[in-house]
Ligand binder design. Sequence first.
Ligand SMILES: [Zn+2]
Ligand SMILES: [Zn+2]
Length: 308
Amino acid sequence: MIEQESTCDMVSKPFNVSAEWILARRPALETVVRPFATVLGRRAKIIAALNGRLPATLLQRPVNESGMSWLVRHLSGQWNDGMAKVMGDLLPALNASFPDLSADFQTIDEMLPQHPDMAGTLYRAWLDGNQAAFNALAEDRRISAGALGFVVHWAMSTLFHALRIKWQEAQTPIPEITGHCPFCGSLPAMVLLLAPDQRINAFLSGGGGQAFLYCGLCGHQWRFARNRCPVCETDDHHRLVYYQEAENTGQRINVCHQCGHYLLCLDLRQTQAPPSLEMAAVGMIHLDVLAREKGFRPMASTPWNRID
Ligand SMILES: [Zn+2]
Ligand SMILES: [Zn+2]
């Protein structure tokens, strides 16, 4: 039986504050925003607990030197137990927030202690983009591949957030900046626009008119050319356009007609940011829908934009 738990504490606060901020502006998103606030709050607690347990030897060189493969090699051998624990720790919040998937969550929760290698196998399949391995495991266990992917995605982002925080604490040299996250190699989930002297946290420093890409998997933010597509790197302004609602100029979607991708854009020069950027992204889910209707696809998959 998956036990339920309250998320009312200080670690969850940024997510609750952000949820209220979004719902005051867009009350129709209540059934989307509340569940994600609960899971993000739970994940924050797990990340904080993980920080003291991560081996420093994992992070002695820039992770992105050889892309994701470096992390995969190191994590899959050492982190079977850690990965299983992260998944198990997330399941109560996922179960409380997404009751339609409850039967699948229950099966996953029961499988974890019985199959010590399963979590490692799942992480590896996810990182390798090995959908066939994923589907085979889901079919074998009679659970939906979508629910399994949802759980693994949350667990991956939990682990990668903890690793990325450790990496920044260690002040590991940052490799050359591209459209891919310099820590984990993912494409961005969002771009943030800031005024020249604006700072939203300790990692966002530097002068000039600024665009920062935000990684949905590990939470890293890095500076990038404002008028360039992070995927195909075109800077042809005829190919790069954006859509926004007339009454809400702080939120928009940037689309690239060259590669067909879209990216959520939060213009912090126009709007006060809520404390959690991830909650802000959840609150822009209507723009995800709009971009997909126009035939564009997201640069990065997130737990909120993968729900159809
Ligand atoms: Zn990242
Ligand atoms: Zn492009």
